[in-house]
Design a protein. Structure first.
Length: 146
């Protein structure tokens, strides 16, 4: 089973069982954003988490084996067309250089890791309209001179 087939099996089981990503993540005691990413094929799981997910969702061991495979991360489109995903593309185009400037000013020449990284997504109730709160937390990696 490859990552694409794995994702389809997980999404079908999720839909059939009426589970949320938070339900699935809680069943294996991991962060919902990371679990979702792994289930969509963009990260790999350790065996204990992969097998716990399969048990919680009544999925065959082949899904757990595919969850453990190292992903090949790729993007099919230069500009995303899904409106929600496109807004992130838009945000980075509008604020990316500002983020870079401020990180360099505060930390020096380097990058924020997407490997030593966590992300949380929450909902903030607001009378003027509910708010999406996204917190990204990545280790700073300075560039080396050699």
């Amino acid at each position: 089973m490859n990552k694409e087939q794995m994702s389809i099996a997980i999404l079908e089981a999720k839909d059939k069982q009426g589970k949320s990503w938070e339900d699935i993540a809680a069943a294996i005691d991991m962060n919902p954003v990371w679990v979702t990413s792994a289930c969509l094929g963009m990260n790999s799981m350790q065996e204990k988490h992969a097998m716990a997910l399969c048990e919680a969702m009544d999925l065959p061991p082949e899904v757990g084996q595919a969850l453990q495979l190292c992903p090949h991360k790729h993007w099919d489109k230069a500009i995303p067309t899904d409106p929600l995903v496109y807004r992130f593309y838009e945000m980075i185009n509008v604020y990316g250089d500002s983020i870079k400037e401020i990180i360099h000013e505060k930390f020096g020449d380097g990058i924020m890791s997407a490997i030593d990284f966590t992300m949380d997504i929450s909902k903030e109730n607001n009378p003027a309209g509910d708010r999406v709160v996204i917190t990204m937390n990545g280790k700073f990696l300075p560039y080396k001179s050699w």
